[in-house]
Write a protein that binds this ligand. Structure first.
Ligand code: GLU
Length: 452
């Protein structure tokens, strides 16, 4: 990058005095060939959110360009020997969006839909998330394009170890710390940690988070994201003057995040009337019996066919149910210009990363629908990843109660901060959260200064 950020950028402007500003575009950079301005999808959404925050903060195009592009990225070939001896070539990425506040941090995704632009967007959202909840990291993300459900466990292990060995030069407990995301789990983190440690000749527990307990994992990490989702959902209900009992929720996605969020909300008295996975949706107006549904899903691989509810015509139908709260906890871009006006929930809590496009955000704002943005709502995972990293680095382990109390404290603090800022400046919770995060990251960046 050639932009002289030191001389051109404004630090912490007075919002009321910010000059009229045209929405910044990444013009003038030498990297435009990477991603055209006309692109769509998660990266376009992430950049539009960034542009809004930059405009509100009165920062200039140089800062926009710096934050719209990743600091460093690596694309690797991942040759896999299948169990039948055939060789298949997969592709993997690791993107470090920003490291101004500390090492890169973010999950590793295994999905057939992984693209470099998606990983770039997810890495950017990690930067904002870490800054917003004040964990000392930048943002990063990784992905390998394959569907792990179609491969044996041994094959997934070989993919993980080969991918890890390819990205070893750029990861490490002070460089970039992967964690689970869609399609990956504790075991994958253990394989990554082992591969990294084997290459160094000693065990390095702090290189990944979301590991099994017996390998330096933290109590409370598996449920951290979903518990955080429940904390902010309950805080928002209280802000809206609603009691959990008498409130209904529909949860899109019955993976790690959706399943846990449904369970914690149910425990708080909220009625979980519908859940879906990629195969279909089930609905019960009296509330679904979640332990039975979890057992059914574990046994069959889907919520479909569950006897304790009726099947909806498809997974999308869940989004338009007459419920109070909608928790999208699956993938990006599910709420968009083409369907946002059909959503009837008055509160949306983003368990997934990037489920709402900017166009849908505008529709929700006009309709008075409150959207708790991903970088706040699902930050519980990275908060407890931070706790795990701290514990691993100190080789001193906390109790589950300690972890969960500190998690709740941080989630509530972030919620209050975002709510106050949004009210003060009459902007959406997403704009407030992004502005606060971008301001934190920009301040760190500018205070460090541009080298050389
Ligand atoms: N993949 C999770 C996320 O999107 C967790 C990241 C982490 O713990 O580093 O927030």
């Amino acid at each position: 990058m050639t932009t002289d950020l030191d001389s051109s950028a404004k630090l912490r402007p007075d919002l009321d005095c910010a000059p009229p500003h045209t929405r910044p575009r990444p013009s003038g950079t030498s990297r435009e060939e990477e991603t055209p301005d006309t692109l769509s999808g998660p990266l376009a959404d992430a950049r539009a959110q960034l542009a809004d925050a930059i405009e509100i903060l009165g920062l200039d195009d140089g800062v926009y360009s710096m934050l719209a592009h990743p600091r460093r990225e690596m694309t690797v070939s991942v040759p896999l020997r299948r169990d039948d001896g055939e060789i298949e070539l997969l592709v993997g990425h690791r993107v470090q969006h920003n490291v101004s506040r500390g090492p890169g941090k973010g999950g590793l995704r295994y999905s057939k839909d992984v693209t470099l632009d998606e990983v770039r967007a997810l890495a950017m959202w990690m930067t904002w998330k870490c800054a917003l909840v004040d964990v000392p990291y930048g943002g990063a993300k990784g992905g390998v394009r394959f569907d792990p459900k179609l491969y044996s466990r041994d094959e997934v292990q070989r993919v993980t170890r080969r991918y890890t060995s390819e990205i070893i030069p750029i990861i490490g407990p002070t460089q970039d710390i992967p964690a689970p995301d869609m399609g990956t789990d504790e075991q994958v983190m253990a394989w990554m940690m082992d591969t990294y440690s084997a290459s160094l000749g000693h065990t390095v527990l702090g290189v990944t988070t979301g590991k099994p307990l017996e390998l330096g994992g933290s109590l409370g990490r598996p449920t951290a994201t979903s518990l955080g989702v429940a904390h902010v959902a309950l805080a928002a209900l209280s802000y809206l003057g609603r009691r959990p009992s008498g409130t209904t929720v529909a949860v899109q996605g019955f993976g790690k995040v959706g399943r846990g969020a449904a369970r914690f909300l149910r425990e708080a008295g909220v009625k979980v009337v519908a859940v879906c996975d990629e195969y279909g949706a089930v609905f019960n107006a009296d509330g679904l019996c979640l332990p039975e549904l979890e057992a059914h899903s574990a046994a069959t691989g889907s919520v479909l066919g569950f006897k304790g509810g009726e099947e909806l015509e498809n997974s999308d139908a869940l989004l338009y149910l007459d419920v109070d709260v909608l928790v999208p906890a699956a993938i990006e871009g599910v709420l968009h210009a083409g369907n946002a006006d059909r959503v009837r929930a008055s509160l949306i809590v983003e368990g997934a990363n990037g489920p709402t496009t900017p166009a849908a955000d505008e529709i929700f704002r006009a309709a008075g629908t409150l959207v708790i943005p991903d970088i706040l709502a699902n930050a519980g995972g990275v908060i407890v990843s931070y706790f795990e990293w701290v514990q691993a680095n100190q080789a001193y382990w906390w109790s589950q109660t300690d972890v969960e109390n500190r998690l709740r404290e941080r989630m509530e603090r972030a919620w209050n901060r975002v709510l106050e800022y949004a009210a003060l400046h009459d902007i959406s919770l997403r704009s407030a959260a992004t502005v606060l995060a971008v301001d934190t990251v920009t301040t760190a960046h500018l205070t460090r200064g541009l080298y050389p």
